[in-house]
Every structure is written in C-alpha cells, then in structure tokens.
Design a protein around this ligand. Structure first.
Ligand SMILES: [Zn+2]
Length: 107
C-alpha cells in the first residue's frame, strides 16, 4: 500500500526547531549576568554535551536536590531558555589575549 499525492520530508525534521545560535561574551559583565543556569547562577560552563554549573554542584554537595548538569541556560533579558547546543561562548578560556578589546586605546 502506498500513499500518493503528498510529499513529506523523509526525516521529518524541521529547520525551524533549531534555536538560533547565541554568542555569549562573558568578558562582558552585562552578558555574564544576563545568561544564567536554570537555578540563577552565572558560573556555568559549556561542555561537549551539556552545561555544567559550579554553584549547583556546590549546592548538591551540601545536600540540596539539584543537579549540576543542565541542558539549557536562561536568558534573563528575554525571559526564555536557550538550549546548550545553541550556546556559543566567545572569549572562552585560552582566547583571552587573542580577543582582547581596545578599551584603553580610546582614552
Ligand atoms: Zn546553577
């Protein structure tokens, strides 16, 4: 039995499901405090397959029922969540000297 007349994408995926990449420059204090872990911390890190939060880890070690791994972060300004795979960290460790801004050159 075959269906004729309609054509569907074979894999059923939709490009609309993909979140637009968000570049976060954490050397910028405003951006650093804008994007937080789901529990409101700023000291998270992006790993290969999730977001890892240092403060959540400390809370877990103190007996709180929290997990240090997250699959999204929270954008306080837009009041929405961003999946980790859409997060791109600018000026990540090791890149500081290469990405140094020229703030001092203007004065
Ligand atoms: Zn946290």
């Amino acid at each position: 039995m075959s269906v004729t007349g309609t054509t569907l994408a074979a894999d059923g995926s939709s490009p609309d499901d993909r979140h637009q990449t968000v570049r976060i420059d954490r050397s910028n204090a405003v951006e650093r405090y804008r994007y937080v872990c789901p529990n409101g911390h700023t000291d998270w890190d992006r790993t290969n397959n999730h977001v890892w939060c240092r403060s959540c880890r400390q809370q877990a070690e103190n007996g709180d029922d929290v997990h240090p791994e997250h699959w999204e972060i929270y954008d306080k300004k837009l009041d929405k969540e961003i999946p980790w795979d859409a997060v791109e960290l600018v000026a990540d460790r090791g890149n500081w000297s290469a990405q140094r801004r020229r703030h001092r050159a203007t004065r």
